[in-house]
Design a protein around this ligand. Sequence first.
Ligand code: AMP
Length: 507
Amino acid sequence: MNANLYCTLRQGFPDNLDTTAIETDQGLCYSWRDLERGSAMLANWLGSLDLPKASRIAAHLDKSVEVLMLYLATLRAGHVFLPLNPAYQSAELAYFIGDAEPAVVVCMPADFGWVSKVAFQQGTRYVMTLDDQRGGSLLQRAAHHSDQQTPVQRGTDDLAAILYTSGTTGRSKGAMLSHGNLHSSAECLHHYWGFSSSDVLVHALPIFHVHGLFVAIHAALRSGCVMRWHAKFEPTRVLADLPRATVFMGVPTFYTRLLALPALNQQQCAQMRLFISGSAPMLPETFEQWRQRTGHAVLERYGMSETLMLTSNPYRADARYGGLATRVGGSVGFALPGVSVRMANEQHQEVAPGEVGSIQVKGPNVFSGYWRMPEKTAQEFTSDGYFITGDMGTRDTQGYVRIVGRSKDLIISGGLNVYPVEIEDALNKLPGVLESAVVGVPHPDFGEVGCAFVLAKPGASLKPADLLQALKAQLANFKVPKQCVLLQELPRNAMGKVQKNLLRQMV
Ligand code: AMP
């Protein structure tokens, strides 16, 4: 049997390949046959280069359906897809190209000058171009090749993609994902979230990241459903699409921006069956507001580049958890079928329900290690084969998992553990507070103390001293931040994650 992931995804295509697979926000329509033929031609072009097995094919590109075809072509040709955030500049790109040594780099025509310089210096053989209007050398080359191709034979452990982690501390690491990892996650989400060919998925996420590329695209291709394709997340355009859609996936910021539109209401969402959120924590307040405005409880899920998806709130009654079907705001739900998730102490043993532990995971979805970093990889796995995610969390007696923060964000003040999420939750409930982020900063006496960054609601006037005073009335003194700074905005990366390293630098 061929374990090439393309074969799994191809099985989901409908019998009639001339039906619509993707409709873009620019009014273009791609059929399933277009995806099949376009990716075949690109795969045949890759094949004609006679590259060594598992060569890396890097894409430093704006989002377009042709980038998706390049991804599928890379799978079909048996190579390794390496998506890179198009916002990366020269020094960043030099690091990724130097580390991954791709045989092919595809960039935007406008970037060809500097990207080709960086790539050729690092030994890349082919630098091609592709813009978001189907222009550039890549498609010109592919046009000379046949539109028929049989996916190259691959085993479950063969490498399919490398995703570089966002790397808020130290060097970014390349997470190596195999055909088997991606297959197991695609199958699991397809079933658990009830995808079918009658779905219409609004795709507004970037596709250089696990969320937009693997979670959303695999779910759509595997189920043969239509994608409404947005080059960028534009709240009004997404809202206009909801009446003809059934599923939406977004980061929490997408939801808060949609909530800011007065036109969002139940009627707009009457056809929708599922709203999914992930990549960063959704505030329970956002979850509630969304329910009130649209009548839908957002399904929050948790995962990461290294592991793909790990936990999910239930889509329907989950027999493994006593038939529970409730989606709980502030929780990332249950371990997904086939995935083992434990909250562990320092001896890597499961802690009691309700206690905070290091989140450790195992399953066919978990990557094999970091690209060319065997020592780093060994440090991140326990002797019984669990991957140490670096997140801290709790699980209640019903099985709901809650994330309390990254272990490196944990504040140890006077020897006592302070979990930033607990302080942030308390701050967010104070009158006039819109949002907050708490980080640890060095302190001569306590080792570390908390520093809170707070955003005010529009029109509210807040005083840092009053906020800290209010916290003192609710929390043990060692948990109360010693400093509080008011900000207009929290620094976030492309996936909406608060960049706590930048906040620490500000103090
Ligand atoms: P990435 O590899 O960029 O997807 O980042 C993975 C990290 O994002 C995880 O280790 C978590 O810290 C965080 N994350 C993902 N989903 C959630 C969620 N639903 N709630 C809180 N944090 C999340």
